[in-house]
Design a protein around this ligand. Structure first.
Ligand code: BGC
Length: 445
């Protein structure tokens, strides 16, 4: 394994709804995910996150695991409805106390906390008045950021505003596969802009509280044309515009990309008001990159509402989720960002990378998840390769510490370095946990 630059940070990532449980405890309000899980029959086998990994009660055990792993950084998310049960207004003191305890325990374990403010669990009360389709939600998000920063900002220096606004818009508002379950296709675009505006307002609130290091995390999945035809290449470009440009250009360049392929005038989006882009483009200290796989694109079938069709890679290994294992896509993500955004690009952090493999414990209870080790090892090498080629990457965080509630897939897709028994919630480190511990220790020598 090549040595990464001195000071490179190693970590793990999680999110509140996927691990905390305790959804009805200590004053927490309901989120769109509570509603979705309980009313849509859209979660495989009816799994819920009511208890999830019970991290709300077992966080000391999870911090002990991270300490054993030797990570520098832990990225978690704050549950908005735990802090502001109605999304706005009255603050739930018990919710803030929880994150206060978590942060103190992390610091005592010499682990740097990295807090994400929004990982998809919008307060249901805000969805009831329009959610991210409504411009006011951006303002509410800024206020919430201020409340959290006022309490934790003296100890948390690393902040992430949003997690993957593209995925949240696409899966939650365009395709209806995630909460809040809208199937609006391109009419979901206001949910992109309002999230980005919320990001900008949250940056202002964080800066006002003296926050040291602020990022936004996007998902990146480099577009690969299925063939050499002009149509496939155009499809690939259109996908890239929607997935990367739409969520990166406004933040780094202060403008939306050319959306002509979608029949939309990017310079005259009706929901963009004067001054919004300046707010959205507030300078950042880093850009979070979540990478799982590239996407292969072909020309759209006639009548398709979108100017592309996603297709499968042929002859490529896949994870249990069916996602292609192509680490070169991570190198390309990082080098393309570096080339395409030049001086406008802040340092990069891999805030999520990982894979789903359902490896059962053997007779002795050991979990030999060799495939995960191979995946992670190849992707760390891909990061090293990108750094060699000039990308400024400061950290790498594995998704995820724990097997957790994988959204619409319930507990079927398992990304953890640590197995969590779905009944007892007992934690068992997998072989990949030991591999990662050794990798981190080796990099420090
Ligand atoms: C999300 C995580 C999710 C992971 C695997 C990312 O899109 O941020 O919440 O569990 O991918 O699907």
């Amino acid at each position: 394994m090549p040595s990464l630059p001195g000071g490179f940070a190693w970590g793990v990532s999680t999110s509140a709804f996927q691990i905390e449980g305790a959804t009805g405890e200590e004053g927490r309000g309901q989120s769109i995910w509570d509603t979705f899980v309980h009313s849509h029959e859209k979660i495989r086998d009816g799994h819920t996150a009511d208890t999830a990994c019970d991290h709300y009660h077992r966080y000391p055990e999870d911090i002990a695991l991270m300490r054993r792993l030797g990570v520098d950084v832990y990225r978690f998310s704050v549950s908005w409805p735990r802090i502001l049960p109605a999304g706005v207004g009255a603050v739930n003191a018990a919710g803030l106390d929880f994150y206060d305890r978590l942060v103190d325990a992390l610091l005592a374990a010499e682990i740097t906390p990295m807090a994400t403010l929004f990982h998809w669990d919008l307060p249901q009360a805000l969805e009831d008045v329009g959610g991210w389709l409504d411009r006011d939600t951006a303002g509410r998000f800024g206020e919430y950021a201020g409340v959290v920063a006022a309490r934790l900002g003296d100890r948390v220096r690393h902040w992430i505003t949003l997690n993957e606004p593209f995925e949240h818009m696409a899966l939650g508002y365009a395709l209806g596969r995630h909460a809040p379950g809208h199937s609006l296709l391109l009419d979901a675009l206001p949910a992109a802009h309002h999230q980005l505006l919320g990001h900008g307002l949250a940056v202002e609130a964080l800066r006002a509280s003296g926050a040291g290091h602020v990022m936004l995390t996007n998902s990146y999945s480099p577009a690969v044309p299925a063939g050499g035809s002009e149509e496939d290449v155009a499809a690939s470009r259109a996908y890239d515009t929607l997935h990367r440009g739409m969520f990166t250009d406004p933040v780094l360049l202060g403008r939306y990309p050319d959306l002509a392929a979608f029949g939309v005038d990017g310079d005259a989006l009706p929901f963009v008001e004067d001054g919004d882009l300046a707010t959205i483009a507030a300078p950042l200290d880093g850009l979070g990159v979540n990478y799982y796989n590239p996407t292969r694109l072909a020309a759209p079938v006639p009548g398709s509402p979108l100017p592309f069709e996603t297709t499968e890679f042929e002859g490529v290994d896949t994870t249990d989720f069916g996602w292609p294992v192509l680490p070169s896509g991570l190198t390309r993500t990082l080098t393309d960002l570096t080339e395409d955004y030049g001086d406008a690009l802040p340092p990069l952090w891999i805030t999520e990378n990982g894979c789903s493999y359902f490896t059962a414990p053997d007779a002795d209870g050991a979990i030999a998840d060799r495939a995960r080790i191979d995946y992670l090892e190849a992707h760390v090498r891909a990061v090293a390769e990108a750094i060699d080629q000039g990308a400024d990457v400061r950290g790498y965080l594995v998704w995820s510490l724990l097997d957790n509630f994988e959204w619409a897939e319930g507990y079927h897709q398992r990304f953890g370095l640590v197995h969590v028994d779905p009944e007892s919630r007992n934690r068992t480190p997998k072989a990949s946990f030991d591999w990662y511990r050794e990798l981190i220790a080796g990099q420090r020598r």
